[in-house]
Design a protein around this ligand. Structure first.
Ligand SMILES: Cc1ncc(COP(=O)(O)O)c(C=O)c1O
Length: 461
C-alpha cells in the first residue's frame, strides 16, 4: 500500500491508499488540533499545496477543510487562508492527565476492598430490578428516589444505625456528596452562612463544602472528637460522630449532648461508621434529635463508590426545600440501580456482606498491626477498633511530608494526617489503610515503608 505524507512537520498527516482519503485527512487534522500539535491560529497550507504534497485531488482537501470548518476545528473563509480555530476546548484540557503509576502497595486509608465487591449478588439484584421495574418506573420518578428503596433504607438505617427515618424524608442521593451539596444549598437559601467543619477532616469533604459557597470555620478535634466547647457562632456543623476521619475518634457522650444543646443544624457524616471490631458501631446522633440533625450515609465504604448511592434523612422542616433543590437540578441516581439496591438489602445481602467484611477486615487489620509492631515499633498505632485504616503517629523529630514523599516514591499509596488538616497541630501521623491489600502485600508494604522512613530519618537506625 502506498503512503503519502505532508512535508510540513506540524501537519504530520499520512494517507494510506485504499482507504477513503478525505476521511483520513480529516481524522489526521482533527487529531492534530486536539492534541495541540496544531495550535490555535496556525495557518494551514492552501488546498492546492496540500493536495500536491499528498498526491490527491484538490477536491479531497476541499472536502476535509469544509468538514472540519463545519465542526469548528478550522476557520474556513472565502479568500482567506484556512486557520486552526481559537474557540473550543483548549488542547491542554483535552489532553489526558499523565498516568500515575499504580501503587505497588495500596495502603490508602479511605477505600473499601473492591476485590470483595459482591458481584454475583449485585448482578442478581440488578437483573431483578430490570425485570421487575414497571414502565412507569422508567420515568424521572420522585426526586427523593424510588419509593421502594426509600422504604427499605429507612428500615435499614433505623435498625443498623438507630436513625429515626421515615421514607417520606429519606432522600436517595448520588453518594454522600450530592446529599451534602443539596442540603447545604437548601440551608443557604434559608439564610445559613457559616459552617463549622472538623479540623482535621476528610479533604474531599472539605472541598465539597467549599464548593457550596458557605463560609468554612475549622474547629479542632481531639481524642473525644470535635471540640464542641470551641465551637464559634455558626449556622451549621458538619461532624462525623461515630468514627472521625482521619483520627478515628468517637464523639464522646458529653460532647454529643453539648452539641445538640447548641442552636445549630448538625450534618452527620456517617459514611465511615459501619465497621467496628470491638463492639457494635456507635449509633447515630440523628436518633437523639431528628429535627436538629441531618443524617448522611453512603454505600461507598460498605459496597463501592462506583455505585454512587447515598442517602440523607432530613428534618421535617427541611425536607421540602431539599426536594425542591433536587428537582431543580435533577441530580439523582439511576432508578434501576436504586431498585437493585432495594432488592439487595431486602434479600439480606447487605447484612451478609457486612458480616463477611467485618471478619475480613479484622483479619487484615490484625496483620497490619502485627507488621507495624514488628517493623516499626517506634510508631504509635491508634484507631484500631474501627474503620478501614489505622493512625500511626510519627515521633516528633520525623517529618510527615518527607516520609510521605519517600513512601510514595516507593509506590506505597498512603495518607498523612497533615494532608487533611487546615491548621496542622501536633505531630505528624501516617494513615494506613488495610482494606485493599491481601495479607502478604500488607506485610511487604510495611517492610517497604520502614525502608522509606529509614531513608528520611536516622532515629530508627
Ligand atoms: C468521611 C467521608 N465522608 C464522605 C465521603 C464521600 O462519600 P460518597 O462517595 O458517598 O460521596 C467519604 C469518601 O471517602 C468519606 O471518607
Amino acid at each position: 500500500v502506498g503512503v503519502s505524507r505532508t512535508s510540513s512537520p506540524e501537519l504530520l498527516v499520512e494517507l494510506e491508499r485504499g482507504r477513503p482519503l478525505a476521511a483520513q485527512l480529516e481524522q489526521g487534522l482533527r487529531d492534530g488540533v486536539r492534541s495541540g500539535r496544531l495550535a490555535p491560529g496556525t495557518v494551514l497550507p492552501s488546498t492546492r499545496t496540500l493536495a500536491h504534497e499528498l498526491g490527491v485531488s484538490r477536491g479531497v482537501v476541499v472536502a476535509a477543510y469544509a468538514q472540519l470548518g463545519a465542526e469548528g476545528y478550522l476557520v474556513v473563509r472565502q479568500g482567506a487562508p484556512v486557520r486552526v480555530a481559537r474557540a473550543g476546548a483548549s488542547p491542554m484540557e483535552e489532553r489526558e492527565p499523565p498516568l500515575q503509576a499504580a501503587p505497588r502497595y495500596n495502603l490508602r486509608p479511605d477505600v473499601a476492598d473492591y476485590a470483595s465487591f459482591p458481584r454475583r449478588e449485585w448482578l442478581v439484584s440488578l437483573r431483578a430490578a430490570v425485570h421487575k421495574a414497571s414502565d412507569e418506573q422508567l420515568g424521572y420518578g420522585d426526586a427523593r428516589g424510588a419509593e421502594q428503596l426509600r422504604v427499605t433504607l429507612a428500615a435499614y438505617v433505623g435498625r443498623s444505625r438507630g436513625v429515626d427515618a421515615r421514607p417520606a424524608r429519606l432522600h436517595v442521593t448520588v453518594g454522600f456528596a450530592a446529599g451534602l451539596s443539596a442540603v447545604c444549598a437548601a440551608l443557604r437559601a434559608r439564610g445559613a452562612r457559616r459552617i463549622a467543619i472538623e479540623d482535621p477532616g476528610h479533604l474531599t469533604v472539605r472541598r465539597l463544602v467549599e464548593h457550596t459557597g458557605l463560609e468554612l470555620v475549622p474547629v479542632p478535634v481531639d481524642e473525644h472528637g470535635l471540640r464542641v466547647e470551641e465551637l464559634p457562632d455558626v449556622d451549621i456543623v458538619l461532624v462525623t460522630p461515630a468514627h472521625h476521619f482521619p483520627t478515628t475518634a468517637v464523639l464522646s457522650p458529653a460532647r454529643r449532648t453539648e452539641l445538640l444543646a447548641r442552636d445549630v443544624v448538625v450534618l452527620e457524616d456517617d459514611v465511615d461508621a459501619e465497621f467496628r471490631y470491638d463492639r457494635s458501631p456507635v449509633g447515630a446522633l440523628q436518633g437523639l434529635a431528628p429535627e436538629r440533625v441531618v443524617y448522611l450515609g453512603s454505600a461507598s465504604r460498605t459496597l463501592a463508590p462506583a455505585l454512587r448511592l447515598g442517602w440523607s434523612v432530613l428534618p421535617s422542616w427541611l425536607a421540602e426545600d431539599v426536594r425542591t433543590e433536587v428537582e431543580r437540578t435533577i441530580i439523582a441516581p439511576p432508578v434501576l440501580d436504586q431498585l437493585a439496591l432495594a432488592h439487595f438489602v431486602e434479600r439480606g445481602e447487605l447484612d451478609r456482606h457486612l458480616r463477611r467484611m467485618r471478619l475480613h477486615y479484622r483479619r487484615r487489620r490484625d496483620v497490619l498491626v502485627r507488621a507495624l509492631d514488628a517493623q516499626l515499633p517506634q510508631l504509635h498505632v491508634e484507631g484500631v477498633a474501627a474503620g478501614l485504616h489505622v493512625v500511626a503517629r510519627l515521633p516528633d523529630a520525623v517529618d510527615e511530608r518527607a516520609v510521605l514523599e519517600a513512601a510514595r516514591a516507593r509506590r506505597i499509596a498512603l495518607g498523612g494526617l497533615g494532608e487533611h488538616a487546615i491548621r496542622p497541630a501536633g505531630g505528624g501521623a501516617l494513615l494506613l489503610g488495610f482494606a485493599r491489600s491481601p495479607e502478604p502485600t500488607l506485610r511487604a508494604g510495611i517492610r517497604e515503608l520502614s525502608r522509606a522512613i529509614d531513608e528520611v530519618s536516622d532515629i530508627f537506625a
